[in-house]
Design a protein around this ligand. Structure first.
Ligand code: 3PY
Length: 251
């Protein structure tokens, strides 16, 4: 079965509750009835419940930007999968490079989050990607393979099919630099082959692999035309409903 294109907006640490409601309404007006592309918006925790109300009854899905793997307890500042689920969340970003680099997120923590998210009946968007130094050192494939293998440690094929991978080269995040479609396809193809080795071809063919890193209307079509690029995790361009639409429905 062909993979459905999946575009998720990552609003990062932007938008108050009121601003989120305004943007979510604009997103619904632009892409709220799109059915051939899966569309999600990953909003700040504080805006989840209000945005859930806005998108209710539309085709736009709700996502969170992180989670903690424990179910409950003395973990000040953390939010559990069940809390997210009860707020209407379906997708959870894990292992974003900003979490890895600013907050010390390890491969092991990413794996625990993947298990917790799937266990709660939600869908992780697992972010992987190399730094500029790693690309220059020609270790991109090794870095991405290490991150994918670690994230999927002890995850069954059936559960792996519930996940999405976002390949986000760190050097392209928030910098305006984008990997060319050819560069991105090369890594996406490598990830798909790795998944086939780790699981089987059917599982590898089922997993949506998004590209992330300064994806915008001007480059979305070229990226999405590549055979192993199945969607995008969108930063800055997701903060405006017009540009977000331009990525969801590129011309
Ligand atoms: C970006 O495009 O900047 C992202 O980090 C998306 O997650």
């Amino acid at each position: 079965m062909p993979r459905k294109t999946f575009i998720a907006g990552n609003w990062k640490m932007n938008k108050t509750v009121d601003e989120s409601v305004v943007l979510a309404k604009d997103v619904v007006a632009q892409v709220g009835d799109v059915s051939d592309v899966e569309v999600a918006i990953c909003v700040p925790y504080t805006s989840l419940t209000e945005v859930a109300r806005v998108i209710d009854g539309t085709s736009v899905k709700l996502g969170a930007q992180d989670v903690y793997w424990e179910e409950s307890g003395a973990f000040t500042g953390k939010v559990s999968c069940e809390m997210l689920r009860s707020a209407g969340v379906e997708y959870v970003i894990v292992g974003h490079s900003e979490q890895r680099s600013y907050f010390g997120e390890t491969d092991e923590a990413v794996n625990k989050k993947v298990h917790a998210v799937i266990g709660a009946g939600l869908h992780p968007i697992v972010c992987v990607g190399e730094t500029l130094q790693e690309r220059e050192d020609a270790v991109t494939d090794a870095v991405v393979a290490r991150q994918v293998k670690a994230a999927y440690d002890n995850v069954s094929a059936a559960d792996a099919k519930k996940t999405t991978i976002a390949y986000e080269p760190v050097w392209a995040i928030g910098t305006g630099k984008t990997a060319t479609p050819e560069m991105a396809q090369e890594v996406h193809g490598t990830i798909r082959s790795l998944l086939a080795d780790m699981y089987d071809q059917d599982t590898a063919d089922s997993i949506v692999i998004q590209y992330g890193g300064s994806m915008k209307p001007a480059n979305a079509k070229g990226l999405l035309e590549k055979p192993d690029i199945d969607g995008g995790l969108i930063g800055g361009a997701a903060l405006n409903a017009d540009t977000f639409r331009g990525v969801v429905l590129p011309e």
